[in-house]
Design a protein around this ligand. Structure first.
Ligand SMILES: Cc1cc2nc3c(=O)[nH]c(=O)nc-3n(C[C@H](O)[C@H](O)[C@H](O)COP(=O)(O)OP(=O)(O)OC[C@H]3O[C@@H](n4cnc5c(N)ncnc54)[C@H](O)[C@@H]3O)c2cc1C
Length: 367
């Protein structure tokens, strides 16, 4: 009897080869938040760690714009990946996604990237997740992943929103707190909006409020993501409450904040200050399209030297991670210390990341 051959194993997404995602579904989460579900165009499994993000490369208004979005779906379901995007008034990309992207469309993406992830552990752990606004996405991915994998961690998930109508994933989170689950969810809203019977907390998250929600917060590992002022406040009251900050982890959706924090906590790196005086010595760097010319010494990143010469270069992470400043190098050589924001084949095609590239000769750059 003839037996059917086993189907070939499905390959994993390879960021060196794969860069195209097909939109499969668009879902409304709240009045200004949508989830976009994608599948890799080439059939493969998109493996990532919960909390990681992708950077989209979108053709908008005749140029390529880069923006990063956390994967909000479960890492245990690699056939699909979702991002959940809040509309930012006046923001080019969030509005383009909300208004334009529809099922069947393809987009390009780099990733997965990022280190804001709880890692793997067989042993149950005690977590405190603190999220504000769209900062819920990495913590939701962690929660969904733990739930899918049957990892019975003791999680207190606190989500802060403007009003109950702004709470993202509200019903799903509440459903995940069912019998036999060790997840506890507390919603904290600044105001109750149009919700007549609000049973959650009202006001801003504070140390006394946290004491009521999670009296054992000092025993937990804390993961925080939200707007800058939210994370600043959380950090301050945790420190005030005697929390061991070595167990504090945070993700910023604003790479500038992240970079400022890193700069504050670490000795300055050669590519550090963007506001430095424009160097007069160094290699000659020419931006071919704009005709701008400036000097860049080898210890300075090209983006920093451009910025010092008052030339605006779109950058985000300043760490060679997000890919926002990817540009074609027409001639010359650089030393580039990136952290995943560019693929090998792109480097082979002459692309560089300006935020982490230091000249080793005069340069002509397509910009
Ligand atoms: C690692 C990382 C992960 C991210 N994950 C997500 C995610 O899961 N979901 C999501 O919606 N966004 C996420 N962002 C933010 C996202 O990259 C964009 O910045 C956001 O969608 C706005 O893009 P835009 O082009 O519309 O507006 P932009 O031109 O980028 O921003 C316009 C203005 O709004 C501010 N702004 C940007 N984002 C927000 C925000 N979320 N809330 C309030 N103000 C904001 C900016 O500082 C700027 O002043 C993430 C960012 C990073 C760096």
């Amino acid at each position: 009897m003839q037996q059917d051959a086993a189907p070939p194993p499905v390959r994993d997404w390879d960021p060196e080869i794969d860069d195209t995602l097909v939109c499969r579904a668009v879902r409304d989460e709240t009045h200004d938040v949508k989830t976009f579900v994608f599948a890799p165009k080439r059939p493969c499994l998109f493996r990532f760690k919960p909390g990681q993000f992708i950077t989209l490369e979108l053709p908008i208004g005749g140029e390529t714009i880069h923006r990063s979005y956390t994967v909000s779906s479960s890492a245990a379901r690699p056939h699909r990946l979702s991002i959940t995007v809040k509309r930012v008034p006046g923001g080019p990309v969030s509005n383009w996604l909300h208004d334009t992207l529809k099922p069947g469309d393809t987009i390009r993406a780099v990733g997965p990237l990022g280190e804001f992830t709880p890692g793997e552990s067989e042993t149950p752990r005690k977590f405190l997740f603190l999220s504000g606004g769209s900062g819920i996405t990495p913590l939701m991915s962690m929660t969904r992943t733990f739930d899918d994998l049957g990892e019975d961690h003791d999680i207190v998930f606190v989500h802060a929103a403007r009003t109950p109508a702004d709470i993202v994933f509200r019903r799903e989170l509440d459903a995940l707190t069912g019998p036999g689950r060790r997840l506890r969810v507390a919603h904290v809203c600044e105001g109750i909006g149009t919700e007549a019977h609000w049973a959650g907390f009202t006001g801003r998250l504070s140390l006394p409020m946290l004491g009521l929600i999670a009296p054992d917060f000092k025993e937990r590992e804390v993961y925080v993501c939200g707007p800058g002022p939210f994370m600043k406040a959380v950090r301050a009251f945790l420190e005030e409450g005697g929390f061991d900050m070595s167990r504090y982890h945070q993700e910023s959706f604003n790479f500038e904040e992240l970079t400022a924090e890193l700069a504050a906590g670490e000795p300055p790196t050669p590519s550090a200050p963007a506001q430095a005086a424009a160097p007069t010595d160094g290699f000659r760097v020419e931006f071919a399209k704009s005709g701008r010319v400036f000097a860049c010494p080898p210890e300075m990143a090209v983006a920093d030297a451009a910025s010092a010469a008052d030339i605006r270069v779109p950058t985000s992470c300043s760490r060679g991670m997000c890919g926002t400043c990817k540009t074609k190098l027409i001639s010359g050589t650089v030393e580039m210390n990136h952290t995943g924001g560019i693929r090998k084949r792109e480097i082979d095609q002459g692309l560089i990341l300006l935020c982490c590239s230091h000249p080793t000769s005069d340069l002509v750059i397509e910009r």
